[in-house]
Design a protein around this ligand. Sequence first.
Ligand code: ADP
Length: 465
Amino acid sequence: MIFILVLATSVYAIDQLRRLNAITRSVLETDNRILDYEAKLADTLLEEIRYERKFLITHDDTLYDQFLLFKNDFEQYLEEANFIADSRVTPLLKMVKEYHQSYQDLFNKELQYVRADQSYPEAQYKQDKAKAQDGIMAELEKVRVYGQQSTYNKVKRLDETGAKARQVTILVTAMALIFIVAVSLLMTRSITHPIAVLKNKTREIARGNFGGDLNLSSPPEIAELAGAFNLMCQKLRDLDKMKSDFFSSMSHELRTPLASIKEGTGLLLEGLGGPITEKQQKLLTILAEESSRLIDLVNSLLDLSKMEAGMMTYHFDRASLAPLIQKAMTEIGPLVEAKRINLQAEIEELPPLKLDGERMLQALRNLIGNAVKFTPERGRIIVSARHSNGGVEVAVTDTGPGIPTENLANIFDKYQQGSRVDSYRTKGTGLGLAIVKHIITSHGGRVWAESKAGDGSTFTFVLSA
Ligand code: ADP
């Protein structure tokens, strides 16, 4: 379309130029020359008259010859002018010719009288010749006026044609520009709109929302991409289903037999299967402890796997952290007492936060549980909670063995159990802190550990309001 517009404008401009050229040429080749001939004819006539009069006075033949020369010139100019004259000038020139002929006829008759030396009505002839000469001059005047008028009209036309050509060119150029801008905008939109749709869909996928198919039909490349997106979403949906099926069946398949073993061992220990020997009691106690540990491990493992797969669902409510901290401390009370640990709480009045109480309790259990687990008998643990930049900061400080600086960075990675080789080493799973980190970051918070080996450790997390 743009090419056609440019081509049409060019053709139009060339046509207008050709017209301008034709008008200019007609001015130069016709009007100008007609005016030229008109001037020449008028001059030649005057010369003719001059010599004719002189001859009639002097009867000198050389003057007559001069007259004839100018007469011939006049006739030739008239013929030439006729050749280039247009239909409006031709009749005027015809009149000039007729008047000139009558002037010649009158003079020729006069000449015969002169040559025969006869008298003739001189005054009458003079008057008739003057009439013919005036007739010629009047016709020539008409030719001149017509020539000037025609030139003027053509110059006016030149002006008008030029102005029109300019207007049309400006109009077409403006139209072409508007067209180009409109087409560019349309083309840009036809690409940016589907890309925006794809961008939003990508965001949705990143948020874990795989539902709803994209329906983009053009441009073809984007349509192909949308098809691939839909296929990917379908695969992700299938995968999601497989993951949730796996977690529910694994929870069931692992937890149920373990719970039965623990329960059965407990019953045996209680003497429900009949009296047991001291040796049997020792073995059953080990069995009970190990099955508890195994249940903890399976629970932690399933929780962490769910979190990592993005399948853990959080139920956020506005609640205060204080009662959760109290609950976690109360739950661990028996172990604290057994180790005669001094467990203190320093809890300020806290603002309610958006949190999942169950998960937050799990994180607090893990942190306080670790502190109790790693603090030796008669040690001290402080659990503090205070305002921090509009949110809440919770810290669990213990007087345990601390964590070597080189381990601080990866302590929150799963299966990281520190480098200490002591009795606690085997009791953990290496999953507790990884779960804590998942829970805290899912609440938009941050968790970190500070410690010096041999000087206790502090685990802190902050949550914003
Ligand atoms: P687990 O305690 O089951 O081994 P965690 O993820 O809870 O797994 O902890 C990882 C490791 O971090 C622990 O093995 C221990 O080395 C170190 N750790 C965690 N809490 C403490 C603490 N309060 N004092 C000293 N070391 C700790």
